[in-house]
Design a protein around this ligand. Structure first.
Ligand code: F6R
Length: 591
């Protein structure tokens, strides 16, 4: 999604802004821009495409002397991804950058056009700039407060006024932090953008307005100054960098054993303090994309092992559908970023219905982390690649622990202590799998010229297929679908042709023979079958990779990383921009 950086201080403003934009690049964008201010002038430079295109334009411009500026990466929502629609937008005395969506943009624009105002582009942000400008007499805080009453929707704004030498910002339902430096201050969509300069930050809450000068930060709510706690970020500069890896995605996959160790260590010895889901009659797991697929593994384990009725639903559907809460229900929200708009809306819907919520989340300062009734934090650290890998794996691990605990609580797990011991060995076992990465590199090379692929499996294996398929398609752009292995023959098998890659995930021994027979069906139609399994006795078709057989609770943790590596290496063989796949954004803060 869009990214915001703002700076006030003595350093070279353009350098800080461009550096910050580069750090936010991972969120996904299609254009970018900066606005810098001198005593009496504002200079705006914008560009379609990469930040490097903006950098070239900045290099070729004669820049004004500036101690104050705002910058933005835009992921198009209202209006095409072109230079006119790129931020910052200026209207009268107001220049702004914006994350989020103004929902009543159309009505506001019509009203303003009727007052003879003229708009250059198609964005809701330009309309917001006009609204703030209309509200501006001479007090910026008053103007922003009035404008907030008129603007519906979600926003984080960075704002400069022509006749003020301060930087202003405000947020509602869109993340924004304030970085506190020494004789310099910042705003940013996340700490990665400014961690090189400061680890101190203030978390803005909804409807709080901040005024930043070089030597001070004032926060206002309802027109009154309020005091805020200064937080210290634990992010290291190394975590925000690629190190020796070619891509963040590979770095993050290879970090999985460490972050898994961190997460298991945190929860394993206080298993009884872990949230107890056995108190609930029904669980709704609500999330988007990979987080939803992690939830599907959770559903399988909770039902099969702990005997708890469980549904999974993507948040964009759940938020609008009729949900019947006729039992003691828990809603589990799963989110790496904690800022996914649909997941936030689903959480708020549950709260409105008086339902308890538990968040499985990575970013501790996020909206979901702050608003959910209970929280379980995975310890993934910053995840920069757009495609999630390590955070997904930890979401799965968290569900494994939750299900294990619930099954034990209900007296359904005889081998509880042994399984706990096994959990401690998991990071080492995963390391061994990742050490085989060159095997998956070869698979990636085989796939690079394919147009389609299928992933098939049953039960929990199908949930892993969903993630394997998503990873492959989102980073390599190869069309791919996941199917319940038994479902393929009801139509989709007509697509299977000579040489088509079909990945079969086979770990569940109850149904492995059934999946095997589906494999034989596709092989008979000349599919090229790749099996990932925990059963070395299975027949090898075109390719077989066997992981160690471990407890059902944790088996997905050894199976999915090979699929992540296959997605990665296929995309790498195709020479793609793996960390920032086209059209995608890291945290989807709009509907
Ligand atoms: C896929 C991917 C997405 C996210 C989804 C939810 O690789 O990263 O499908 O899983 O957008 O994001 P969070 O977990 O931040 O709510």
């Amino acid at each position: 999604m869009c990214g915001i950086v703002g700076y006030v201080g003595d350093r070279k403003t353009t350098e800080i802004l461009l550096e910050g934009l580069n750090k936010l690049e991972y969120r996904g964008y299609d254009s970018s821009g900066i606005a810098i201010k001198s005593q009496d002038n504002i200079q705006i430079i914008k560009s379609e495409g990469k930040i490097s295109d903006l950098e070239k334009k900045v290099e070729n411009s004669s820049l004004i002397e500036s101690k104050l500026g705002i910058a933005h990466t835009r992921w198009a929502t209202h209006g095409e991804a072109n230079e006119t629609n790129a931020h910052p937008h200026q209207f009268g005395k107001v220049t702004i950058v914006h994350n989020g969506i103004i929902e009543n943009e159309r009505e506001l624009k019509e009203e303003l056009i009727n007052k003879n105002l003229i708009f250059k582009g198609e964005t809701d942000t330009e309309v917001a700039a006009a609204v703030i400008n209309n509200c501006y007499q001479k007090d910026p805080i008053e103007a922003i407060t009035k404008a907030m009453e008129l603007l519906n929707g979600s926003y984080a704004f960075g704002i400069i006024f022509n006749d003020q030498n301060k930087l202003y910002a405000v947020r509602k339902d869109s993340p924004l932090i304030v970085g506190i430096g020494t004789h310099e201050n910042f705003i940013a969509s996340d700490i990665a953008a400014i961690i090189k300069y400061t680890d101190k930050y203030i978390l803005l809450e909804d409807n709080e307005i901040v005024e930043l000068s070089q030597d001070g930060v004032n926060v206002y709510k309802n027109g009154k100054k309020i005091s805020k706690k200064i937080e210290i970020s634990t992010m290291s500069i190394e975590e925000a960098n690629k190190g020796n890896y070619k891509h963040f995605m590979l770095k993050e996959i290879m970090e999985e054993p460490i972050v898994l160790q961190r997460t298991i260590n945190k929860y394993i010895n206080k298993m009884d303090d872990i949230f107890d889901v056995s108190n609930y009659d029904e669980i709704h797991i609500v999330a988007c994309g990979s987080a939803l697929y992690a939830g599907m593994i959770g559903k399988n384990l909770l039902e099969e092992k702990a005997n708890i009725k469980c549904i999974t639903e993507c948040a964009s559907e759940y938020r609008y559908k009729k949900v019947i809460y006729d039992r003691k229900t828990l809603v589990i929200l799963v989110s790496q970023s904690g800022e996914t708009a649909d997941t936030i809306a689903a959480m708020r819907k549950a709260h409105e219905c008086g339902i308890e919520t538990l968040a499985i989340v990575n970013v501790k300062t996020s909206t979901i982390a702050r608003e959910a009734k209970y929280q379980l934090f995975i310890e993934a650290g910053p995840e920069i690649a757009v495609a999630t890998t390590k955070a997904y794996l930890l979401q799965v691990a968290m569900f494994s622990l939750i299900a294990l605990k619930a099954a034990n609580k209900k007296g359904l797990e005889k081998e509880y202590d042994d399984i706990l011991q096994e959990a401690k060995l998991l990071p080492e076992k995963l390391k061994k799998v990742l050490n085989d990465k060159n095997i998956f590199k070869v698979v990636g090379k085989e796939l690079m010229h394919k147009d389609d692929a299928f992933f098939i499996g049953r039960g929990i294996d199908y949930s892993m297929c969903q993630e394997g398929s998503l990873k492959l398609k989102e980073v390599s752009y190869i069309h791919s679908d996941a199917y319940q292995a038994g479902e393929l023959k009801h139509g989709t098998i007509s697509l299977i042709e000579d040489g088509m890659p079909v990945f079969a995930i086979i770990t569940d021994k109850k149904i492995k023979d059934k999946t095997e027979s589906n494999v034989i069906e596709v092989e008979a139609r000349k599919a090229q079958v790749y099996t990932i399994t925990n059963d070395k006795t299975l027949k090898t078709h075109h390719f077989k990779y066997v992981v160690e057989k471990i407890s059902d609770y944790f088996q997905p943790i050894l199976i999915v990383p090979p699929l992540q590596l296959i997605g990665y290496f296929t995309a790498d063989s195709r020479g793609l921009d793996i960390d920032k796949p086209r059209n995608l954004a890291k945290s989807v803060t709009v509907e």
